[in-house]
Design a protein around this ligand. Structure first.
Ligand code: GAL
Length: 417
């Protein structure tokens, strides 16, 4: 009897120990800044696919609010430097991935997962190049966002018999007509700095063109040249048409202004489409979209990717996360809600709304350029300086001072001499 009781006790202890151990091992911590409408829904949908494929793994959703990683990037740096990496984290393809994380040796290559999953056959070379360094792949792109989109409230345009502007000259005409009716032309919420920089990036592109814009990141286009002067002059004029309370708002509050009819237009990446979708606002009837003025035929690429830090606590679970993030099923669940197109080329277009279908077409035929504000074009030191300089400019409109500071940031970050 005593022996039986001991055996039962042993079995119970063994079982609970085993399940405790399994419980402790089966976790997955994913770090991102996706907390707003649309982006948070997309992430949850991808978690849903993971849970279906790998039941029993507890997912820790480690998010730090603040669009474009305003706050998240600093938290991530502290964790990585302190030897406390999340199992996988959101990072933009290009300079942000390669210079910040790959070159200092903080990420594992994931090339074998690429081979195993056949991803190089279903992802465009331009994207694969953005996550590669010295022949190895270091992250999995989950999406392609377009940075240079102008969103507008269809009803405001219809009621006032206006056509969405294709150039900044047309924009000023439309803005004046709207002003006469007491309607703010352009919604902006630049509390986190990058939003104003995002708008300026699109104005730069429109002013100096694709080659000029590309040259900014290779030292070919001078920051203290005439093109940048003209872009800053244009920006100062455009700022006269944004809402006066812009410094208190964020990217999503600016999107909300369109829904609330508090402004007619907004220039933002297409995560704004994800936000509209999360609010039940539809592309066919409620909002219109067009390339940011002066940027037709050009697609500013913003791509979110996930990498594998070295020495993560749950490596197997993290590898499986990458497999889900790169899968057709994962990307088809994530992107329609996120407001982005798949990084893969084989997603079912019927799962996407008309805006995203049009974005996929443009991505395939437009000239592609990397976003600086969203990490791809330049090292992080420059991106931070750019945000600061543009924000100061929004307040003081001092073209000379801004240009001098941009040139200095270019030299400081070894992008030009
Ligand atoms: C971008 C990111 C997008 C979106 C946006 C606003 O940097 O690539 O996925 O989240 O910030 O948070």
């Amino acid at each position: 009897m005593k022996a039986l009781a001991t055996l039962v006790l042993f079995v119970l202890v063994f079982q609970s120990g085993a399940s405790l151990q399994a419980g402790a091992a089966k976790k997955l911590e994913i770090f991102s800044w996706w907390t707003a409408g649309g982006e948070a829904d997309g992430l949850n949908a991808m978690f849903g696919i993971y849970k279906k494929r790998f039941p029993g793994v507890e997912i820790i959703n480690a998010t730090v609010a603040g669009g474009a990683g305003t706050n998240a990037k600093a938290v991530l740096k502290t964790r990585m430097q302190g030897g406390d990496p999340p199992d996988s984290f959101q990072v933009h393809g290009g300079a942000e991935l390669v210079d910040t994380w790959v070159k200092p040796g903080l990420l594992e290559p994931v090339s074998t997962v690429y081979k195993g999953e056949g991803w190089t056959n279903v992802m465009p070379k331009d994207l694969v190049d953005m996550i590669s360094s010295q022949g190895e792949q270091y992250a999995v792109p989950v999406n392609v966002h377009r940075g240079n989109v102008m969103w507008y409230n269809r009803k405001i345009f219809d009621d006032n018999k206006l056509k969405p502007p294709a150039t900044w000259d047309e924009f000023f005409k439309v803005a004046d007509a709207l002003k006469a009716k007491g309607i703010a032309a352009l919604a902006l919420g630049d509390k986190n700095k990058w939003e104003a920089a995002h708008l300026f990036e699109d104005i730069l592109l429109a002013t100096i063109g694709v080659d000029g814009y590309r040259g900014l990141w290779t030292g070919k286009t001078e920051w203290n040249g005439d093109g940048v002067t003209r872009a800053l002059d244009a920006y100062a004029k455009i700022l006269a048409h944004v809402n006066t309370d812009h410094a208190a708002g964020t990217w999503d509050s600016a999107s909300q202004m369109l829904i609330d009819r508090r402004a007619a237009m907004n220039i933002m990446g297409d995560w704004a489409a994800g936000y509209f979708t999360s609010k039940g606002w539809k592309p066919a009837t409620d909002y219109g979209y067009a390339p940011a003025p002066g940027t037709i035929g050009v697609f500013v690429v913003v791509t979110d990717t996930f990498g594998l830090p070295k020495k993560v606590p749950h490596r197997e679970e993290a590898l499986n996360w990458l497999r889900v993030a790169g899968s057709k099923e994962g990307q088809e669940a994530f992107n329609p809600l996120k407001g982005s197109i798949c990084a893969r080329t084989d997603c079912d277009s019927k799962k996407f709304d008309i805006y995203l279908q049009s974005s996929a077409k443009d991505f395939a035929r437009d000239k592609l350029v990397p976003s600086e504000v969203h990490g791809s074009a330049a090292p992080e030191g420059f991106a931070t300086a750019f945000n600061d300089i543009v924000n100061l400019f929004v307040t003081n409109k001092d073209v000379k001072a801004a240009q001098k500071a941009l040139q200095k940031a270019c030299v400081d970050n070894k992008m030009c001499k």
